[in-house]
Design a protein around this ligand. Sequence first.
Ligand SMILES: *Cc1c(COP(=O)(O)O)cnc(C)c1O
Length: 363
Amino acid sequence: MELWIPGPVPVSEAVRQAYGVEPPSHLAPDFKAAFSRSLQAMRRVWLAGDDHQPFVVAGTGTLAMETTAVNLVDPGDRVLVVNLGLFGDRMAEMLARRGARVFQIGPAPGADLDLAEVERALDEHAPTVLFATHVDTSTGARVDVQGLCALAQARGVLTAFDGVCATGAERTEQQAWGADVVFTASQKAIGLPAGLALWVCSPAAMARRRALKSPPPLVLDWLSWLPIMVAYEAEQNSYFGTPPTTLIPALDVALADLLDEGMEAVFARHAQVGAYVRERFVAAGIRPVAQTPANTLTAGYLPEGVDGPAALGALKERGFVLAGGLHPLLKQTTFRLGHMGTVIRDRSRVERVVDAVIEVMGR
Ligand SMILES: *Cc1c(COP(=O)(O)O)cnc(C)c1O
């Protein structure tokens, strides 16, 4: 059975070998070296600066979202959520629970975000932080992160991006674009099993945390984890919570693999595969939901007369697991095909799953 959902994704043999071992001690020299290399590699995968701070903590993408919300925002702060779908809703809820005054803006599911509207919202609401999802996994829509950063920076507004379905696949230039926080999780484009929350902070983001009046819960506090990251990057150790000692060596392998390929080549590979999938789908009468589509997954409308669960069942019989609709307004009418990570290096595998989808639901 092949997994073609927007995370978890299939992992490489080298990654499997790295985590399929007796768990090492968090004090083992090899583990410290792998942790150090992983943190350094994150800066290069994120295209971040030497003064940016990477974090690797056991957890989900959702944990990465929450830690970002509570470290950038004090109760009462005004924040703008560029909401593209399900994960935007979740981010807004987290910020509301933190006590922020949450303003939201966003197009209809799948429609393009109007940057002029974002500009007006920034001027009208004067937020301290802008939050946005790079790729919304419920619609397959991608936003212009660079454009959002430019609008925010011109107004001294910090930016935080949910890159959970994007980082390591969609072009992300954290330093050049001036994105303050970019976070993801291990089971999406990074190519590991679930279990790691990963994020990189700009110096301005760290400064905002230090200036908070109301400290975050201890386990979500960047300042709880900062000494751990600093120690391990120097191949020392420091303890706050036991690090995932099998997943971090696997992270080292996965990030080195991305850097060996080169980030330009990684972005291009995903762009080519995304374009290929959409072209074949459109030719077969399967319309993508997103006006500006992501290259990591495609959410498509089920053609007239196609029953979603039946079609996914037929695909399973052919050996392919795809995902159903996720967005509340699109659950019954769409399906989703994930195409990110090392698995898409083999174009014949991509062709086979696309052939099967078209055979089952194309016209
Ligand atoms: C998958 C995903 C998440 C949540 O990640 P979990 O590891 O499932 O908590 C958040 N945001 C986006 C955009 C995602 O695709």
